[in-house]
Design a protein around this ligand. Structure first.
Ligand SMILES: N[C@@H](CCC(=O)N[C@@H](CS)C(=O)NCC(=O)O)C(=O)O
Length: 203
């Protein structure tokens, strides 16, 4: 989702091949044996296999809202927040989402571990509006999809939890044209398909 968000905002056109994780095409595993998505192949044949790297690849070419424009101290905070999100937070989130697969602790325990991160984000949002400043930047877009997942585990609880700034930030994101632009369901890619392009799926 975050790779699509950055590509969509940059307007850079890519061929989109939707895959079903339970039935990965051979070509995906050939170009990227680790078998995770997203994977981007550039026109000069480079393989980019991490969503964050794909975001930076797109925004370094076209960055209409200056998501990459941070001063050095903001840059450091941004990098730390994203690393923490992609590391410890994502691990707690996965356990909270699939608590029945991790019976050594309760769902509540996993949620509370993840909430330690939410408390940090809530404070940043209270101080700045967005995570780093008063406007969205790379960290917001890189982290928001994971907070959306966190919220969805128990939406009724989340909506009344003491995170008003996160609720506002997430609701604004979910209500944005950008988010809705990247959401259409796309049929899985098959060898015989004619190419489909993103973000202009209908072009
Ligand atoms: N670090 C990677 C992680 C990507 C990732 O874990 N993607 C999941 C889907 S959201 C996946 O491909 N899982 C492989 C599988 O389920 O087989 C990135 O952000 O690009």
């Amino acid at each position: 989702m975050r790779a699509r968000l950055a590509i969509a905002i940059s307007g850079i056109q890519v061929e989109l091949r939707e895959i079903v994780l339970k039935n990965k095409p051979d070509h995906l595993l050939t170009v990227s044996p680790k078998g995770t998505v997203p994977v981007l192949i550039t026109t000069d044949g480079n393989i980019i296999e991490e969503s964050l790297d794909i975001m930076v690849w797109a925004l370094q070419q076209v960055d209409p809202h200056h998501w990459l424009s941070l001063d050095p101290s903001q840059q450091k905070i941004s990098t730390n927040l994203i690393q923490h999100n992609d590391g410890p937070f994502k691990q707690w989130l996965d356990k909270y989402k699939y608590a029945d697969r991790f019976p050594e602790q309760t769902e509540l325990y996993y949620r509370q571990q993840a909430e330690l991160t939410l408390m940090t984000l809530e404070q940043k949002l209270a101080d700045n509006g967005c995570l780093i400043s008063e406007k969205l930047s790379l960290a917001d877009i890189a982290i928001l999809p994971f907070i959306r997942q966190f919220a969805a585990v128990d939406k009724a609880w989340f909506d009344t939890a003491p995170y008003p700034h996160i609720q506002r930030w997430l609701n604004n994101f979910i209500g944005s044209a950008l988010f809705n632009d990247i959401m259409p369901k796309i049929a899985p890619w098959q060898e015989a398909d004619i190419p489909r392009y993103f973000p202009n799926l209908n072009a």
